[in-house]
Design a protein around this ligand. Structure first.
Ligand SMILES: Cc1ncc(COP(=O)(O)O)c(C=O)c1O
Length: 400
């Protein structure tokens, strides 16, 4: 399925609050917070000339978020950043002065953090980030997971000291349950999705993601003309498209939002012209993208900046994982988890269809940016899908 954006707001500037969230000052703040973290390093940006040639585009770059902060996905940038921000704000209120990120380890700031509990619902990756952030500042975290989240993913979150709560039901139900319990217990919900009256914290989470764009623009030989962005609730796509638009203005790339056909809530929203919750379908292999309701803030951004919306199938996701693991020519091998390569799967589909190529202006001069949003965050599943032995994945340093 493929749809060009026909929303009345399409092409309008970002709403004031979104321009503030995704603008330069916010992105610089996110970068400053990141620099304060011990294990921080920029993620690699790879050129894939052989694949670009096969797809008939000029250049193809993949920013590999599988290497982010030891968590295996870009989500490491969002939840932990929001937790750190919220602790500093609370410490500022209690201490009666502005508290800087460099002071996070002062005893009086730590004492404030120790009294705070952060809760969220997760498919896996966001919860890991919130738990890591809470662990870093000495706060508590309670992470809600739905019935489809694998035991491996649950264990990976619990490793950061989080209390885990498994609920019956799906992701959207876990979001509602986390919000309900948190309200009862006076915990702070750090959600990666937003709803009416709850926008600021998901906005901070999205602000954290803008770091990906800052790093990519620093190293790309030229700004991209196209970016294919995978979406669950849309926060990632909106943050990337939003910051690219702020930085590049009229020269911003064409932004294509890519979702699993089995969980295409942004596509359905674009078609309806307003946020809609879609009917639940069979689980998708792109487990991190299995969301049935868009984030309100994300949709506000994507209704203006999303140029097209498309879906990919299950086999597309698996094929892209394998293609990245065993690349053509001298292209580097990239470990891409089930949801990580969905943007590239979208490009591959779009590039192979004459009409879609024309609609997107994809040609031999196009400079495409893709973000591999996760590595092997569920190593057992990754091994199955790319036909490797599990211990090969554990040390997965595919040939560089
Ligand atoms: C690996 C990966 N890619 C993409 C996404 C989509 O992000 P969003 O839900 O903000 O659209 C997620 C969300 O969890 C994810 O974990």
């Amino acid at each position: 399925m493929f749809l060009l954006n026909r929303h009345p707001e399409y092409g309008q500037p970002l709403a004031e609050e979104d321009a503030a969230t995704l603008g330069l000052a916010g992105a610089e703040e996110a970068e400053r917070f990141l620099a304060a973290r011990d294990n921080h390093a920029e993620t690699p940006l790879h050129a894939l000339p052989a694949l670009a040639g096969e797809l008939g585009v000029g250049t193809l770059h993949v920013k590999d978020e599988g290497k982010r902060l030891g968590l295996g996905s870009f989500k490491a940038l969002g939840g932990a950043y929001a937790v750190m921000h919220l602790v500093l704000e609370e410490a500022g209120r209690r201490l009666g002065r502005a508290v800087d990120v460099a002071e996070l380890h002062r005893p009086d700031v730590k004492a404030v953090a120790a009294g705070m509990t952060f809760a969220c619902a997760t498919d896996g990756n966001h919860g890991r980030s919130v738990a890591q952030g809470a662990g870093l500042v000495g706060a508590h975290s309670v992470i809600f997971v739905h019935s489809g989240v694998s035991d491996e993913r649950v264990a990976a979150i619990a490793r950061f000291g989080a209390e885990m709560v498994r609920i019956a039901g799906d992701y959207d139900q876990s979001v509602r349950e986390a919000a309900r319990v948190a309200a009862e217990r006076c915990w702070t919900v750090v959600s990666d999705t937003s709803w009416p009256g709850y926008e600021r914290i998901p906005g901070l989470v999205m602000q954290g993601y803008t770091v990906i764009v800052r790093e990519a623009l620093k190293h790309l030989p030229e700004p991209p003309t196209h970016v294919f962005l995978q979406a669950g609730v849309g926060g990632f796509a909106a943050a990337v498209a939003g910051h690219l638009a702020v930085m590049l203005g009229a020269d911003r790339p064409t932004a294509i939002v890519v979702e699993p056909a089995r969980a295409a809530c942004i596509y359905a929203t674009a078609k309806a012209g307003h946020p809609v919750a879609i009917a639940h379908s069979k689980p998708t292999v792109m487990a991190m993208l299995e969301c049935y309701e868009p984030s309100l803030v994300a949709w506000r951004v994507l209704s203006r900046l999303g140029d097209a919306f498309m879906t990919v199938d299950e086999k597309d996701a698996v094929s892209v994982m394998n293609r990245l693991a065993r690349p053509s020519g001298d292209d580097p091998a990239i470990v891409s988890g089930e949801s990580g390569g969905a943007g590239l799967a979208g490009l591959i589909r779009a590039a192979s269809d004459k009409k879609t190529r024309a609609a997107l202006g994809l040609d031999a001069h196009s400079r495409v940016l893709i973000i591999n949003s996760e590595g092997a965050t569920d190593p057992r599943r990754y091994a199955e899908l790319v036909g490797m032995a599990p211990d090969e994945v554990a040390n997965a340093r595919l040939p560089a």
